[in-house]
Design a protein around this ligand. Structure first.
Ligand SMILES: [Zn+2]
Ligand SMILES: [Zn+2]
Length: 304
């Protein structure tokens, strides 16, 4: 069962790093495990400044192989090795991931004490990790790119009075949750006998780089938090779209039309000294908007 989900904004800018913003990387801590969405070149130093230990990272999901989304990998992986990691690291990415990452990790005199498991994701689909799953779908960008959505499994809430009444031992509750039933004193107890309804799982969607595209609404549907790129505003709209990106307004429309609860904007073009026009555009469409700041952390609560 997942108790805590916490977000770490390790890099919030697009294209290239500036003194104000690092390139994109978002950490998600799920209980004691952490995953990364993208790994911009300064991700490891941001991790060191944050309260998220880089040794907790089990999986890294790369959206695409533009430098601002993956150039932090070789340094981060090298540091994990220096820190004594022996546990395998899983890296997921779009088509071409095996070649790009294979090349990246064979430069110089690179030696690792742990196994890298690289998985190329094709088309759209979902990977089951037990308490949560990560779905992916094709982004509308200039090169092969994916968007992701992490969804916590729905969870049956239990009615204390019924558990007592039916004398269900505590150690069988998880089994009943997972398998739907268990034998107790010669009788079958079904989940319906002790259930007090369903707690909907939290959902974190992450766009990487993409134009606004209606085909992504299914992936983003009912997100608790949608982390969406917003490279520019209407004054640069045609450029933004031609480079395969979204404006603040586009991000707002995606949040509204996917029935998202909270929109967090990332991937601001470094050409903007002031991102207010981008944020205001999103807010004109969708009210619950936050502009990500470097090293911002956020708990995603069950009732958010
Ligand atoms: Zn980018
Ligand atoms: Zn890109």
């Amino acid at each position: 069962m997942i108790s805590s989900i916490r977000l770490y904004f390790l890099g919030t800018g697009g294209s290239w790093p500036t003194p104000q913003r690092n390139t994109l990387s978002v950490g998600v801590r799920i209980n004691d495990e952490a995953i990364l969405f993208d790994c911009g070149e300064t991700a490891q130093t941001s991790l060191m400044k944050s309260s998220l230990s880089l040794m907790r990272i089990k999986k890294i999901f790369i959206t695409h192989f533009h430098g601002d989304h993956f150039l932090g990998l070789p340094g981060l992986i090298q540091t994990m090795s220096f820190y004594g990691r022996t546990e395998p690291l899983e890296i997921y990415g779009p088509i071409g991931a095996s070649t790009v990452l294979g090349n990246l990790l064979s430069i110089g005199y690179y030696s690792l004490n742990f196994e890298m498991r690289i998985e190329e994701l094709k088309g759209s689909g979902s990977i089951d990790f037990g308490d949560y799953s990560v779905a992916y779908a094709k982004a509308s960008h200039t090169i092969p790119a994916l968007c992701y959505a992490l969804t916590e499994k729905d969870y049956a809430k239990l009615e204390e009075s019924k558990i007592k009444e039916l004398k269900v031992p505590r150690n069988l509750l998880e089994k009943i949750r997972k398998e739907g039933s268990a034998r107790v004193n010669g009788k079958t107890i079904n989940i319906e006998d002790i259930s007090a309804g369903i707690r909907r799982g939290r959902k974190i969607s992450y766009s990487g780089d993409t134009r606004r595209d209606e085909s992504l609404l299914d992936l983003f549907k009912n997100s608790t938090v949608l982390i969406h790129e917003s490279t520019g505003d209407k004054t640069n709209q045609s450029k933004v779209i031609s480079y395969g990106h979204s404006t603040g307004k586009d991000a707002g429309i995606q949040a509204r039309d996917s029935n998202t609860k909270k929109l967090i904007l990332v991937h601001f073009s470094p050409r903007y000294n002031d991102i207010k026009p981008i944020v205001d555009e999103a807010k004109s469409i969708f009210p619950n908007v936050t502009a990500a700041e470097e090293l911002m952390e956020m708990e995603v609560n069950i009732n958010d």
